[in-house]
Design a binder for this molecule. Structure first.
Ligand code: ZN
Length: 317
């Protein structure tokens, strides 16, 4: 009887069986709160899970973004136990999240005007974590061609993919969908640039799903900031991060700063001095590239500003 039931349910998406016939599934942790993990199983929904004690003994903490195997304890209530964490492809420290493939940073072209210092800090952070980054500028509908062109010149020369979209007018979103497909993407950007509207446009069903999670989470007492992944489609996930107004760059020295500027790389081997800071040294090829327009002057000026701040040994940039 039990065997029969397992066979019939085995045809449902996400369900697998161990050699002993026990039912388990694989899914992705969308959110962790107050000891509960919310695991999305494709084609089925979100299961409220606890992690078994074994993780604590081994000192492993499941992370948002982890792909896990879970045992279903109660199908009707959709709750279960996480039995194992599948091999992580990567783990970011801040925010603590596993298996992120890329970052998408969203700024507005105008209203508000981009804070380039902030954008560059973000890009440095992503370079530090070796995460490919797509730069997306919203509010294309109210920007001039000149404003767009200046942004494209500044950031495409650094090797970043630069997109111009209008969430309001639903322009450019197919390209965003294409770039996100099959991946887990962390979405970042200051507040007021249209992050939530972008998520809602990308997946109209998202609000309902996050609503479901929130219902379950009301039982938890913690309402502190947390990371959360949203399933846009099967195998396509996006992680919304809180809007930032400033970014700290921990563990970086002024000497290292230039490493995180991809557009410097082809020029700096030809600087006269090894370890050239590209500030006041003679025969600096990075500065020459700025003069020739191969490197964006704005990016370079931001580099100098960050360099000076690091020199003053301030903890926060
Ligand atoms: Zn130099």
């Amino acid at each position: 009887m039990i065997w029969k039931r397992c066979v019939s349910r085995g045809r449902m998406p996400g369900v697998q069986h161990s050699p002993h016939g026990l039912e388990y599934m694989t899914g992705k942790i969308m959110k962790g709160i107050a000891g509960f993990y919310y695991v999305h199983v494709e084609g089925r929904g979100i299961y409220e899970c606890k992690a078994k004690g074994i993780f604590r003994k081994e000192g492993i903490k499941p992370l948002v973004g982890d792909d896990v195997e879970l045992d279903v304890l109660d199908e009707a209530k959709m709750c279960g136990n996480i039995r194992s964490i599948l091999q992580r492809k990567s783990a970011l420290v801040r925010p603590a999240v596993a298996n992120v493939d890329q970052a998408l940073v969203l700024f507005a072209i105008v209203k508000p005007n981009p804070n380039f210092n902030l954008l560059d800090r973000f890009l440095i952070r992503m370079e530090q974590q070796k995460l490919p980054t797509i730069i997306c500028f919203n509010k294309e509908d109210i920007a001039s061609p000149e404003e767009k062109e200046a942004l494209r010149r500044a950031y495409e020369t650094c090797g970043y993919q630069v997109l111009f979209i209008s969430v309001l007018e639903n322009k450019g979103l197919d390209q965003v969908r294409e770039l996100l497909a099959g991946k887990t993407t962390t979405l970042a950007g200051p507040s007021g640039v249209g992050k939530s509207s972008l998520i809602n446009q990308l997946s109209p069903g998202t609000q309902m799903e996050t609503g479901e999670i929130s219902e379950k989470i009301k039982r938890g007492r913690h309402t502190t900031r947390h990371s959360e992944i949203i399933a846009l489609r099967d195998s396509t996930y996006i992680m919304d991060t809180p809007g930032f107004t400033s970014l700290e760059l921990p563990q970086i020295t002024k000497e290292e700063l230039g490493w995180y500027y991809p557009e410097f790389r082809e020029h700096e081997p030809f600087c006269k001095f090894r370890g050239c800071a590209h500030i006041s040294e003679p025969d600096c090829k990075v500065k020459a590239a700025v003069e020739e327009g191969k490197i964006s002057r704005m990016r370079y000026e931001n580099y100098m500003a960050l360099y000076r701040e690091l020199k003053e040994n301030r903890r926060y940039l």
